[in-house]
Write a protein that binds this ligand. Sequence first.
Ligand SMILES: NC(=O)C1=CN([C@@H]2O[C@H](COP(=O)(O)OP(=O)(O)OC[C@H]3O[C@@H](n4cnc5c(N)ncnc54)[C@H](OP(=O)(O)O)[C@@H]3O)[C@@H](O)[C@H]2O)C=CC1
Ligand SMILES: CC(=O)[C@@H](O)[C@H](O)COP(=O)(O)O
Ligand SMILES: [Mn+2]
Length: 380
Amino acid sequence: MKKSIVILGSTGSIGKQTLEVVAASDSMEIVGLAVMGNIDELENQIQRFKPKYVAVFDESKAKELKDRLRSNTAVLSGMEGLLELAVIEESDIVLNSVVGSIGLLPTLTAIRNGKTIALANKETLVVGGRLIMEEAKSHKVQILPVDSEHSAIFQCLQGEDYNNISKLILTASGGPFRGRTKESLVDVKYYEALKHPNWDMGKKISIDSATLMNKGLEVIEAKWLFEVEMDRIEVVVHPQSIIHSMVEFKDNSIIAQLGSPDMKLPIQYALTYPNREKGNTTKLNLRELSRLDFFQPNTDTFPCLDLAYEALRIGGTMPCVVNGANEVLVEKYLHEEIKFYDIPKYIEKAMIKHKSFQYNSIEDVLEVDNWVRNWLKSEI
Ligand SMILES: NC(=O)C1=CN([C@@H]2O[C@H](COP(=O)(O)OP(=O)(O)OC[C@H]3O[C@@H](n4cnc5c(N)ncnc54)[C@H](OP(=O)(O)O)[C@@H]3O)[C@@H](O)[C@H]2O)C=CC1
Ligand SMILES: CC(=O)[C@@H](O)[C@H](O)COP(=O)(O)O
Ligand SMILES: [Mn+2]
């Protein structure tokens, strides 16, 4: 029997690579695909993978697709359609690779319906980590990390007792501006920030890598996934992105996971877990690797990392505020409405304005997410 996969965000960087993984495997098939509004690409995907269902978030685009489509694929639409797709009976696993906190509700809905989750959408755990992990436990649902660092840690922890973890060591490439001074980045343009040295990713996460907010979000993601407190999560800059992360144990042994920087590897691991299948990524040739470097992150040039740690220290709804502010600010930076250092500046302002509280429901989280987005509108 083939494993039936639903991909939320199939037209994005992770979504397309997931389709490549599925296409190359004999053990998986696609039953559902969801996108925001890129129906041209979705139509190609429908022809190739013949999913039973698709969901298009943008209602008018969904209607356009319905009018165009000459196949038996059912077209769902809006948030309702996205949630419906997240819980279809035919699926064995839901890979969530939408971008942003909009991914929270589909993850939660899938968990409440007992669906195994392959999670690329890190914002889910940043904004609602406590709730998600509680629900996953109570519904006995497994969350399989897709983010490369978390997949690496998950792989390092196979067969290990989590009580023996001494610390998690997340590697960061340092992004396109590694080694630069703050002064030199004041007027840096978004298209320079999009040039990641090692990974080909969507725009939002590429800007996050350039500010180091990506690593901040990943520290929060790691805290929830592996139940490790923030003072035992360390970030080390590793420009080659060959070691994808490490775990140090009580006995001072460190286990690392290595591979060429290609997301198809963690995607495949999540989809085939606990098995491993033949991979199609470039093999590492250790003899050709001349060196592996490690440095301390420069939080003077990249203050976003410290802001994320501070949000985690405060706890409650503060990480949600940091995430919501960051999403708005990255979008504005991409549209040249603000400058590079306005990103940390306004995130910090939002943190000062917000009084964090312990959320008890998804409604609490969504309200805070909404608040920070509206507050920024009036502030900038
Ligand atoms: N790219 C990477 O290598 C990595 C990404 N991640 C994480 O994975 C997630 C996805 O990143 P990435 O693939 O780069 O992002 P992209 O911007 O490339 O793709 C985003 C995808 O989400 C879809 N989407 C956005 N909003 C909605 C919505 N409301 N309903 C349905 N679909 C929606 C988009 O559809 P449309 O095309 O129609 O707009 C698109 O398919 C992010 O959380 C990121 O942090 C983690 C590790 C690595
Ligand atoms: C591929 C992946 O998981 C990204 O999150 C990547 O880690 C980004 O690179 P940085 O280390 O520069 O943030
Ligand atoms: Mn990552």
